[in-house]
Design a protein around this ligand. Structure first.
Ligand code: NAD
Length: 262
């Protein structure tokens, strides 16, 4: 891997993606595209220097000019897209960023892939979500044979699933334009802006004083460093002609090793 472009790289997972790509030897050139700059939460967990070790491109995923500017500057062989609005917002913003934004990125990448005769954007890795297969009812021992649903329990999951189908549908082994989707469930670890802060808020505001059901539901949580590393592995496999066929066009749940439960 010569160069990776991490779209959404200033976020919680994005910063750990930078770290995991930074740890590779030989180290690829790392470019980050995001609407906001990278501000690492703590140097304890990140050894990269935002000034020296990454090239930052500020822009909006839904803006084709911004996206092309970053792709043309980076000329990446691998593109990882983990950009998404945070949980709990309205349908319009999820539709705009997760579906339309990733469509802009996918089409711009394919265009540059064709023009460069396959040198740019050979490996396209999408951070999906385990919620792609969930409508809110119990899922036990779910694996990748479970179908991606059209209706989920919220708009976020709807749009993550639509984007996943679009990106996997663009996989084109004949030309060498290869895509993969990675599906974590809950992600925890340093820099988390949503999950643990959400739990603490629920506890502080008394929302846990109510119980629905018999309290035996399980959920899957994975350490952010492991989720990030799965993206590095996916990029390496897509770029390796010996292994690419086992990965390209596929979706993979990312867990700490236990089956997915909802
Ligand atoms: P995050 O909000 O911390 O990071 C997302 C990044 O995307 C942010 O830096 C944000 O600025 C950027 N972004 C948003 N809209 C953009 C736009 N229009 N243009 C450019 N950049 C934009 O979120 P996260 O928790 O790191 O999640 C990363 C990915 O993992 C997301 O795709 C999310 O759907 C997926 N995911 C997260 C969890 C979780 O528990 N955090 C679970 C499953 C899947």
């Amino acid at each position: 891997m010569n160069t990776v472009l991490i779209v959404g790289g200033s976020g919680f997972l994005g910063q750990h993606l930078i770290q995991k790509f930074h740890e590779l030897s030989p180290r690829p050139e790392i470019h980050v595209f995001d609407i906001r700059p990278v501000q690492p939460v703590s140097q304890t967990f990140f050894s990269y220097d935002t000034e020296k070790d990454i090239v930052f491109h500020q822009g909006d995923l839904t803006n084709r000019d911004d996206v092309l500017r970053a792709i043309d500057a980076a000329k990446p062989d691998a593109i990882v897209t983990c950009a998404s609005p945070v949980h709990g917002l309205g349908k319009a913003i999820y539709e705009k960023v997760n579906v339309q934004g990733n469509k802009v990125l996918l089409e711009a990448t394919r265009q540059r892939f064709d023009e460069s005769k396959g040198k740019i954007g050979r490996a396209f890795i999408y951070t999906s979500s385990a919620s792609a297969v969930s409508d809110g009812s119990p899922l036990i021992n779910a694996d990748e044979t479970f179908p991606v649903l059209d209706d989920h329990k919220d708009d976020y999951a709807d749009t993550k699933a639509v984007a996943e189908k679009m990106i996997l549908g663009a996989n084109d082994p004949e030309s060498g334009f290869l895509t993969v989707a990675l599906r974590p469930a809950g992600i925890f670890g340093p820099g988390d802006r949503q999950m643990i802060p959400g739990f603490l808020d629920a506890a502080a505001t008394g929302k846990q004083n109510f119980q629905l059901g018999n309290d035996d539901n399980l959920f899957d949580y994975t350490y952010v460093g492991n989720v990030a590393y799965s993206h590095v592995l996916a990029a390496e496999k897509l770029l390796d002609s010996k292994h690419a066929a086992n990965v390209a066009g596929e979706a993979f749940f990312i867990t700490n090793g236990t089956p997915i439960y909802f």
